[in-house]
Write a protein that binds this ligand. Structure first.
Ligand code: AMP
Length: 367
């Protein structure tokens, strides 16, 4: 029997896009989140965790549970898992929550990473600088996102400031990776172990926040493309992962270097909503519901996704562009908040560039 009721821990834009993909498949959604007004309002039932008996009610009202964030409480997932399946499973979630465990796991599987050391004191930080060689990147092992909770140490004079900014947390010191660009590979794995890998995306960040993702990646050699597919397949199988998994990669001269993974649909895969035959959201929902996976291949010769951040801007120019699709999340304006995105496609990369040109003023204001 096909699962019909999906519970989502969280009610942000990722849950919204899962529901928008799953509702046509006859799937109902229940969102476990404190917010009364959210991007998921009207797309399903909301259950507030602070309400009486909320967890029992949530568990009773769904067939399978998923989540929007790698920072989802492992304890909560464990409790739910005693009664209903949670996908991706505990192993995927726990390994993604801790940068040291994650990178150790990568290395154990033969997936290249920056060299790294655990740091819990200023002396250990100085030692890491000597061992790894400057510059280094220091990050909190948990809870960091969008570049928060990290510092770059370029000279020994930076050690004090970095320590003061991050002390009190367990830290990971990483050698500085000299990459030419940042890529991500997204794949879905179903309950039977079948895997579908999306075309690799190239991602541009500004102030730690993803701004633009593009597919295909220009001049990516077949060996690196294969390497990305091998890395993510190794991880998916090792974790016995069900659902979508994302792996962020640095493109280096000698090959790809893994930075981090997310056991979920990812901002760098939003292009797939119109850009591929079966979006990351639909494949995630299909996977966790025990349905066969769809085709992740690109429908268009070239696609781009531009985040709308902080301000809504004048969206008419987006709607006036025949090659653009607007996706708003129903959120209010706030600096650095992801409010929506635009997907642009074309018969060539040049055509996508031309569309981005016409949207330049909008992107400058909101991208
Ligand atoms: P993260 O929070 O690990 O995704 O890091 C945020 C950003 O910092 C990445 O997207 C990279 O641009 C940069 N970064 C992270 N780790 C390293 C590293 N070891 N070497 C060079 N740049 C890095």
């Amino acid at each position: 029997m096909t699962t019909k009721r999906v519970g989502v821990i969280g009610a942000g834009q990722l849950g919204r896009m899962m529901a928008l993909a799953g509702i046509p498949l006859d799937i109902d959604f229940v969102f476990y989140d404190e917010a009364q007004q959210s991007p998921c309002s009207n797309l399903g039932t909301g259950i507030r965790p602070s309400a009486n008996n909320a967890l029992a009610q949530f568990i009773a009202s769904v067939d399978v549970v998923t989540y929007e964030s790698e920072n989802t409480s492992l304890e909560l997932v464990r409790k739910i898992n005693l009664q209903k399946p949670v996908y991706p499973g505990e192993l995927s979630l726990s390994k993604s929550q801790h940068r040291l465990t994650e990178k150790t796991e990568f290395n154990d599987l033969g997936i290249a990473t920056a060299q790294f050391l655990r740091v819990t004191s200023k002396d250990e930080l100085s030692y890491a600088c000597q061992q790894l060689g400057l510059p280094i990147v220091v990050k909190t092992t948990t809870e960091g996102y969008d570049g928060k909770g990290q510092a770059v140490i370029k000279t020994v004079a930076d050690i004090d400031a970095a320590w003061h900014a991050l002390a009190g947390n367990e830290l990971i010191a990483e050698s500085f990776v000299n990459f030419s660009r940042e890529l991500s590979v997204i794949a879905a794995r179903d309950v039977h172990g079948n895997i579908q890998v999306y075309p690799i995306a190239e991602n541009a960040h500004h102030e730690g926040i993803l701004r633009v993702s593009r597919v295909p990646v220009k001049d990516l050699c077949p060996a690196k493309e294969q390497q990305a597919k091998d890395f993510i397949s190794l991880l998916l199988n090792h974790l016995d992962h069900v659902g979508v998994l994302t792996l962020e990669l640095f493109d280096c001269e000698d090959g790809l270097v893994a930075n981090e993974m997310a056991p979920r649909v990812h901002n760098s895969g939003h292009w797939s909503i119109e850009g591929s035959y079966c979006s990351q959201f639909e494949n995630h929902v299909r996977a966790i519901c025990g349905m066969p996976l769809g085709n992740p291949q690109a429908k268009q010769a070239a696609s781009a996704m531009i985040n709308i951040i902080g301000k809504n801007g004048d969206r008419d120019c987006v709607l006036a562009n025949a090659n653009a699709h607007l996706h708003m999340y129903g959120k209010s304006e706030r600096p650095n908040r992801k409010l929506g995105h635009i997907n642009v496609f074309g018969d060539s990369e040049g055509e996508v560039d031309a569309s981005l040109e016409t949207l330049a003023a909008f992107i400058d204001e909101c991208g």
